[in-house]
Design a binder for this molecule. Structure first.
Ligand SMILES: Nc1ncnc2c1ncn2[C@@H]1O[C@H](COP(=O)(O)OP(=O)(O)OP(=O)(O)O)[C@@H](O)[C@H]1O
Length: 296
């Protein structure tokens, strides 16, 4: 009998989380899976469970939670020789990974979509000894976004990130960076660097223009110091999906990065605090097989 594992974070989303879990169990049961149910209690539980799913050769893994839970699952899967087909029921406040991959943001619709059989191989990336599926942010703004309160995120969603981001961008000093990439070395100052695998950042689905889920590339966006007028202009371009063309931004596409800064900076990895500069990063092309609804 084929086996499925559900990794469920009861603290993600709102009160309906438990109800969604029951609905997902019903769908997987009707599909004929023997189900292993795992509930997270604390940080890194989802990583341990995902690794266990690989070791037990489970065929299908469903993660129910927000971007934090999904990042932990990716870290459990990434370096295993066998990896199950993976899908996500988004229960977070922002759900960048689900947005980017094309999984319905409405949990009930995402649960229905588990019945479909269309899979796609998607890229992830390695930063130091960690993995991510969506975005790394480097700069003072990165820690500020990680500090955005859960209450604020729940009330304001993407807007909370934008407000925190704008506050730091306006007040902040530049940092000197050296970035070695596949085509040379970039040296200069910036207030923020984003390295994205997908297009969605902080809920803004057109932030990283042209990034595809399996293009095999890291999209490095370097933001220069700028005044209020250019921040407003960039904000508009983020919404229109034309940020790449803005004078305040330099863009590098590469498969590998070595990043140094003139003082150590913590990175924000998929929305949570990650490692410190300097670091090495590389893309792992088409590394995860994901169930993705065809018409999304
Ligand atoms: N039972 C639990 N109770 C409280 N916290 C938990 C529990 N299980 C896991 N966690 C914590 O929840 C974190 C992940 O939360 P979640 O998946 O909602 O991510 P998020 O980044 O807040 O999502 P989003 O930004 O999309 O809202 C984990 O890193 C872990 O520390």
């Amino acid at each position: 009998m084929k086996k499925a594992m559900i990794i469920f974070n009861p603290s993600s989303g709102k009160e309906e989380a438990e109800t969604y879990k029951e609905r997902a169990l019903t769908v997987l049961d009707a599909l004929g899976y023997k189900i292993v149910e795992k509930e997270t209690e604390k940080k890194d539980d989802a990583t341990i469970f995902a690794k266990q799913a690989c070791e037990e050769k489970i065929e299908f893994l469903v993660a129910m939670g927000g971007d934090g839970t999904i990042n932990e699952v990716i870290n459990g899967l990434a370096n295993q020789p066998y990896r199950p087909v993976f899908s996500v029921i988004p229960l977070g406040t922002v759900n960048d990974f689900a947005r980017a991959i094309g999984i319905p943001l409405e949990p009930d619709i995402a649960i229905e979509a588990l019945k479909m059989s269309n899979t796609e191989l998607v890229d992830i990336a390695q930063i130091g000894n960690k993995y991510f599926g969506n975005i790394v942010a480097i700069g003072e703004i990165a820690s500020s976004v990680a500090n955005t309160s859960i209450e604020k995120k729940t009330k304001l969603g993407s807007l909370a990130y934008l407000l925190e981001g704008a506050k730091v961008v306006i007040s902040n000093e530049e940092v000197g960076f050296t970035i070695q990439h596949d085509h040379g070395t970039w040296k200069g100052t910036a207030i923020l660097i984003l390295i994205g695998l997908t297009n969605s950042v902080g809920g803004f689905e057109k932030m990283i223009t042209n990034a595809e889920i399996n293009d095999g590339l890291l999209h490095v966006y370097i933001f220069k110091k700028s005044g209020i007028a250019s921040i407003v202009r960039m904000g508009t371009k983020i919404l229109l999906g034309t940020l790449k063309e803005d004078d305040g931004v330099e863009v590098i596409t590469t498969k590998n990065v070595y990043m140094e800064s003139d003082r150590p900076l913590f990175c924000n990895v998929d929305g949570d605090e990650g490692i410190c500069t300097p670091f090495e990063m590389k893309v792992l092309p088409k590394h995860l097989e994901m169930l993705i609804p065809k018409n999304s």
